[in-house]
Design a protein around this ligand. Structure first.
Ligand code: URP
Ligand code: ZN
Ligand code: ZN
Length: 491
C-alpha cells in the first residue's frame, strides 16, 4: 500500500484553516491532505474513521515538570518521565517540553542537561524536549549557552522568586544578554520574591497558617510588578522573553502594552487560571493544599474573564499546563509532612507549589467552549512549536514536513460528565479539577503515525520508549527588533 495510515472523514483543523480533509500518513509524516474520498481505503495499510470529528495537530505542552529533585526544598515531583508522558498522551498531547533543573550549587548547565537526559531516556510515551532552568547564572553557565544550542536546547527558564532559584536583576541581564547572542528564548517566572517573603512573615506574625493564606502571600502586585520589570529588562537588551503562567489580568495588560510597542514579549497562561479561584484553597483542614500553585488562583469570574480575553485576543501566545505534581497524602510533600503538632492545619509556606494538569489541559480548554477551534490549535499546539523551534515538525499538518501527530476528538462531543482522578494516568492521588464538567476528550492520540491512545479500546496502546527526544531549532516567532549587535553606546 502507498500509505501507512489514512484518517478518514475528519474535519482537519490547523491554526489557520478548517477543511473536510482525509489525511494520508507515510513513514511517520503527514504525506497528503485531500478532499474526502480522493484516496481509497485500499491505498493504505490501516485506516481510522474520524466519523466527522475534529482532527488536529497533537497537543504541544511547553511547561511540564517531571522527575525534578526537591529544588524548592519541598519534595520531588510525583511524576517521572514514564508516568508524566503517559498522562500527556492520554490527554491528547504528543509533545512535552519539560525542565532540566539546575541546582544553585551546580555551576554547569550541561551537567544538568546530561542528568535530565538520563532520567528521560527510553522512558517516554510522548516526544519531548527540555528547557534548562538556570538558577546559577555564573560565568560557566553563561559560557555554556552556545553548547546548549548545539545540543538542541533553544530556551531557558529563570526565576525572580524562590530563594533556591531566584536571580537578581543584574543576573537576569547577564542571561538575557547571552540569550540574545545565542538566539535563546528566556522564560521568566515573574513574581517579586521580596514582596512574597515579607508578606509570609506578616502572616506568620498573626499565626495564619492554613493553605488559603498561600493566596495572601502571593498578591497580584507581586506578579504585576515583576512582569513589568521583566518586560523592561528584556526591552533594554532587545531580546524575546516569555512570561510563564500569567494569572492576573493586570499583568496581562503590561504584556499587551509591550506587544503593542512591537516588543518580542510572549506570554503563557494555564487552565488553573480560568478554572480555579482562591475559594478552592479555602476548604476545611488541609484540602486547600491541592490547589496551591504560584502564582495562585485569583479572585473569581472577573479574573477568569480577563484570562479568556487574553487567550482570545492574542496576548497569550500559549496555553500550557504547568504540570507540577506532588502527592497529597504522603510523608515527603503532602499532609503527613506539612501537618505537625505545631501546625495542625499545616503551614502554607511548606506546601510544595504546583498542580498536576498535563492530561486535563486540552479537555478543560475544549469543554469551556470559549475559543474558536483554530485559535484553540494555535495556543495549545502551533504557537508552542513555533516559539520553541519545533514548527512545522510539530504543531502543524504540513505535508512532507509535519510529523503525523494527531489528536482526534469525539464526533458530537460527549455526554457531559464530572472529571475525577480515577480516570487519569498520572502518578498523583488527586486532581485539582475534580468535579469539573467535561464535554470532550481526545478519542485517539497519534504520534508519528502510530496510535498511542485509543480511549475506547484499551487506552494506552504503545509501550514507553516510543517517545523520542526532539532537538530544537531557534524560535520562528519574531526576535529582537534590531538586527545589529547590542551596543551600550546607544543608550
Ligand atoms: O506553582 C508552580 N507553578 N509550581 C511549578 C514551578 C513553577 O514555578 O513553574
Ligand atoms: Zn514558574
Ligand atoms: Zn512551572
Amino acid at each position: 500500500a502507498e500509505y501507512d495510515l489514512l484518517v478518514l472523514n475528519g474535519v482537519a483543523i490547523t491554526h489557520n484553516e478548517t477543511n473536510e480533509y482525509d489525511i494520508a500518513v507515510k513513514d511517520g509524516k503527514i504525506a497528503k491532505l485531500v478532499r474526502r474520498g480522493e484516496i481509497s481505503i485500499s491505498q493504505a495499510k490501516k485506516t481510522i474513521d474520524a466519523e466527522g470529528a475534529m482532527v488536529m495537530p497533537g497537543g504541544v505542552d511547553a511547561h511540564v515538570h517531571l522527575d525534578e529533585p526537591p529544588l524548592f526544598g519541598k519534595g520531588s515531583t510525583a511524576d517521572n518521565y514514564e508516568t508524566g508522558t503517559r498522562s500527556a498522551i492520554a490527554g491528547g498531547t504528543t509533545t512535552v517540553i519539560t525542565f532540566a533543573p539546575q541546582n544553585k550549587a551546580e555551576p554547569s548547565l550541561l551537567k544538568c542537561l546530561a542528568a535530565t537526559h538520563a532520567r528521560a531516556d527510553n522512558n517516554c510515551y510522548s516526544d519531548y524536549s527540555f528547557h534548562l532552568i538556570c538558577s546559577n547564572a555564573g560565568p560557566l553557565a553563561i559560557s555554556e549557552f552556545a553548547a546548549l544550542r548545539e545540543a538542541g536546547i533553544s530556551s531557558l527558564k529563570i526565576y525572580m522568586t524562590y530563594e533556591a532559584l531566584q536571580l537578581q536583576d543584574s543576573e537576569v541581564l547577564d542571561v538575557l544578554f547571552e540569550a540574545r547572542k545565542q538566539k535563546i528564548v528566556t522564560m521568566i517566572h515573574a513574581e517579586n520574591g521580596a514582596i512574597i517573603d515579607w508578606t509570609i512573615k506578616k502572616l506568620e506574625e498573626k499565626e495564619l497558617f492554613a493553605p488559603k493564606y498561600h493566596v495572601n502571600s502571593h498578591p497580584p502586585v507581586a506578579e504585576i510588578e515583576a512582569t513589568y520589570r521583566a518586560i523592561s529588562l528584556s526591552e533594554f537588551i532587545d531580546v524575546p522573553i516569555l512570561i510563564v503562567h500569567v494569572s492576573s489580568p493586570s499583568a496581562a495588560k503590561h504584556i499587551s502594552d509591550a506587544q503593542k510597542k512591537n516588543l518580542p514579549v510572549y506570554a503563557e497562561t494555564c487552565p488553573q487560571y480560568f478554572t480555579l479561584t482562591r475559594k478552592d484553597l479555602d476548604k476545611p483542614g488541609f484540602e486547600g493544599a491541592k490547589c496551591v500553585c504560584s502564582p495562585p488562583p485569583r479572585e473569581g469570574v472577573q479574573d477568569h474573564e480577563g484570562i479568556w480575553k487574553g487567550l482570545e485576543d492574542g496576548t497569550f501566545t500559549i496555553l500550557s499546563s504547568d504540570h507540577c505534581p506532588f502527592i497529597f497524602d504522603n510523608t515527603e510533600t503532602g499532609k503527613s509532612s506539612v501537618i505537625t503538632k505545631e501546625y495542625p492545619v499545616g503551614h502554607f509556606k511548606y506546601i510544595p507549589n504546583g498542580c498536576p494538569g498535563v492530561e486535563t489541559r486540552l479537555a478543560l480548554a475544549m469543554s469551556a467552549k470559549r475559543l474558536t477551534m483554530e485559535r484553540f490549535v494555535e495556543v495549545t499546539s502551533t504557537n508552542a512549536a513555533k516559539l520553541y523551534g519545533l514548527y512545522p515538525k510539530k504543531g502543524g499538518l504540513v505535508p512532507g514536513e509535519s510529523d503525523a501527530d494527531l489528536t482526534i476528538w469525539y464526533p458530537e462531543g460527549m455526554k457531559e460528565y464530572q472529571l475525577n482522578n480515577e480516570m487519569l494516568h498520572h502518578n498523583v492521588d488527586y486532581t485539582p479539577y475534580e468535579g469539573q464538567t467535561i464535554k470532550q476528550w481526545p478519542r485517539y492520540t497519534i504520534l508519528r503515525g502510530e496510535v498511542v491512545w485509543d480511549k475506547d479500546n484499551g487506552g494506552i496502546t504503545k509501550p514507553k520508549g516510543y517517545g523520542k527526544f526532539l532537538k530544537r531549532d531557534t524560535s520562528s516567532l519574531a526576535g529582537p527588533r534590531n538586527a545589529e549587535e547590542w551596543d551600550v553606546e546607544k543608550f
